[in-house]
Design a protein around this ligand. Structure first.
Ligand code: RI2
Length: 304
């Protein structure tokens, strides 16, 4: 495998590059790097792209953003000569990366309008889309406070807390199991998504569905910030979203617990009845119109 592609691929697998949007952009970048450095025949290029595609798709299974990015770049590949093909891969990758970054900004703008002045927001894990909503609300002059979970076992909440503090936002980190204790102080929950199924279920960092249940119980609105390339076309034909299980070592050292089994699923599914709104770059929608987004709006790739 091309060393630049491998560096990105392994970075995604080992979570040095993480976050559903970031891994999507990184995958597009990997295809671009491959195309830029390629020399050889047209057939070799097409075969090589196919290999890079399969390699990237195999890095992490859950976030459909990664698959949609890869298909966006590969399915639009066209040209007679090898140079035309190479240029089209480079162009498609750059286009995806630009569209993706613009989408996050638009989500921030739409979402920030839904945050009331004086609100206390709860977020989970580290989502660039959710953070963009919070940061734009703050930058627009709203007085907000944020509670964020530390997010076991990978502790992505640390990144969130630091980022919000850097921005001058009043932020409090709590352990994941303290969510119900603090829910009485929360006005709105904003989280990201790795995948959204056609029935409106949101697959996001493990623990998200518990937070949604607790918010529902306390009648606290629950919002999801997600670009349209987080919607999964394959779920329309009944494909189930694969939930990634990562090594036990991320939880504890199994050698110190003889006879103990560990399970480490890193995502869960929140059903649409617990979701008030999904903030996308094309507007704020009900989870119940997820199918329409996939059918009519999605400009991102679908497996051909
Ligand atoms: P953005 C992350 O997955 C989290 O589950 C986060 O909520 C989601 O991706 C979306 O992140 P992981 O890579 O695309 O940390 O909004 O497992 O940045």
């Amino acid at each position: 495998m091309h060393p630049g592609v491998k560096e990105i691929g392994e970075g995604i697998r080992e979570m040095r590059i993480r976050g559903a949007g970031r891994i999507a952009r990184a995958a597009a970048e990997a295809l671009k790097i491959y195309a830029e450095d390629f020399s050889g025949s047209r057939d070799e290029f097409i075969q090589g792209v196919e290999k890079v595609k399969e390699y990237l798709l195999d890095t992490r299974p859950t976030a459909v953003s990664l698959r949609n990015a890869v298909y966006y770049v590969v399915n639009r590949m066209k040209g007679e000569s090898v140079d035309e093909l190479r240029e089209s891969v480079i162009r498609n990758a750059e286009e995806f990366i630009t569209l993706s970054k613009e989408a996050v900004k638009k989500i921030g703008k739409f979402g920030a309008q839904r945050i009331r002045d004086g609100s206390t927001i709860l977020t989970h894990c580290n989502s660039s889309a959710a953070l963009e909503v919070i940061i734009q609300a703050h930058r627009s002059g709203k007085e907000i406070k944020v509670f964020n979970t530390e997010t076991r076992p990978w502790l992505q909440g640390h990144i969130t807390s630091r980022r919000l503090a850097e921005e001058g936002i009043d932020v409090t980190m709590i352990v994941d199991s303290a969510v119900r204790y603090f829910m009485r102080d929360i006005d709105v929950v904003v989280v990201g998504a790795d995948t959204i199924a056609s029935n409106g279920a949101v697959i996001n960092k493990i623990g998200t569905s518990q937070i949604a249940l607790v918010a529902h119980e306390a009648r606290v609105p629950f919002m999801v910030a997600a670009e349209t390339y987080k919607f999964s076309p394959e779920t329309v034909i009944g494909k189930l979203v694969e939930i990634e299980e990562r090594p036990a070592e991320e939880i504890a050292d199994p050698k110190e617990f003889p006879g103990v089994k560990f399970r480490n699923p890193v995502f869960d599914a929140t059903p649409p009845e617990y979701i008030d709104a999904i903030i996308t770059e094309v507007g704020i929608i009900s989870p119940y119109i997820a199918y329409q987004i996939i059918k009519e709006v999605m400009q991102f790739g679908v497996e051909s």
